[in-house]
Design a binder for this molecule. Structure first.
Ligand SMILES: NC(=O)c1ccc[n+]([C@@H]2O[C@H](COP(=O)([O-])OP(=O)(O)OC[C@H]3O[C@@H](n4cnc5c(N)ncnc54)[C@H](OP(=O)(O)O)[C@@H]3O)[C@@H](O)[C@H]2O)c1
Length: 216
């Protein structure tokens, strides 16, 4: 399975403000992301992003797409609200909630009754390697991971990412509590970091840069 990590960040590497405002990039970039979504089989996000943004995670601004990619939410304890836009629309757009054995069976049933599929992988946090293997078996050949920072760290650390696409928007946000592109524990030494090579770059709206990296 080919995995693209896509995110928009400020010049100082934040993907949201300390109050979780994440509308960082331009309309043009949003259109680019939706075009990219229209070429993939699945979109993965973490539960905190659902709780903060209540996204639809569908394809808009694209006239070519007839089917929306499968939405996959990483949610150990099945915390996703039953009235979230994702759960509410899961009878129309294929949706997978990936949970662990710690998730309440009652909540799992409630999610399923709304139309979403529930996959159980792991005990503490969702076992992303096993989940991605299963997604591949289910026929998903290309997916995008769209954050947040915790999920980005986990997929990068596990070596599950083939391509990294980062939009740098011309704004400085600051704030030690504002989320950055990659959270988690992080590597101890620079030499332990994930080495990437720049494969393309675009300048849009004069001041916004989109960088395309592949694994070195
Ligand atoms: N600018 C952008 O491109 C962009 C994109 C997306 C999000 N955001 C912003 O990012 C913020 C949220 O980011 P976040 O880092 O707090 O959260 P996140 O990555 O959206 O979700 C993290 C949560 O996922 C769950 N999880 C389950 N298994 C996991 C695993 N194996 N590895 C990592 N997490 C796992 C954990 O909660 P449980 O233990 O409860 O399962 C964890 O706390 C929001 O403010 C959102 O608006 C910005």
């Amino acid at each position: 399975m080919y995995v693209i990590l896509n995110a928009a960040m400020s010049i100082d590497g934040k993907i949201s403000t300390r109050k979780n405002d994440s509308a960082i990039s331009s309309k043009l970039d949003l259109v680019r992301v939706h075009k990219l979504r229209s070429t993939v089989d699945g979109i993965v996000i973490g539960i905190s992003t659902v709780l903060e943004d209540d996204p639809m995670l569908n394809v808009r601004y694209s006239t070519t797409r007839t089917k929306h990619p499968t939405r996959i939410i990483i949610d150990s304890k099945a915390r996703i609200p039953l009235n979230s836009r994702i759960v509410e629309s899961s009878n129309k757009i294929q949706t997978i909630i990936a949970v662990t054995h710690n998730a309440s069976p009652r909540k799992i049933k409630q999610i399923q009754s709304k139309g979403a599929q529930v996959l159980v992988y792991g005990n503490g946090r969702v076992n992303l390697r096993k989940l991605f293997q299963q997604l591949e078996k289910m026929g998903l050949k290309k997916i995008i991971v769209e954050g947040g920072g915790e999920i980005n760290w986990s997929v990068l650390k596990l070596g599950l990412v083939n391509e990294l696409v980062v939009t740098i928007s011309p704004v400085v946000i600051g704030g030690r509590d504002a989320k950055t592109l990659v959270e988690g524990k992080g590597f101890t030494n620079i030499c332990g970091g994930i080495k990437m090579k720049l494969s393309n770059k675009i300048i849009q709206n004069k001041n916004e840069i989109v960088l395309f990296y592949k694994l070195r």
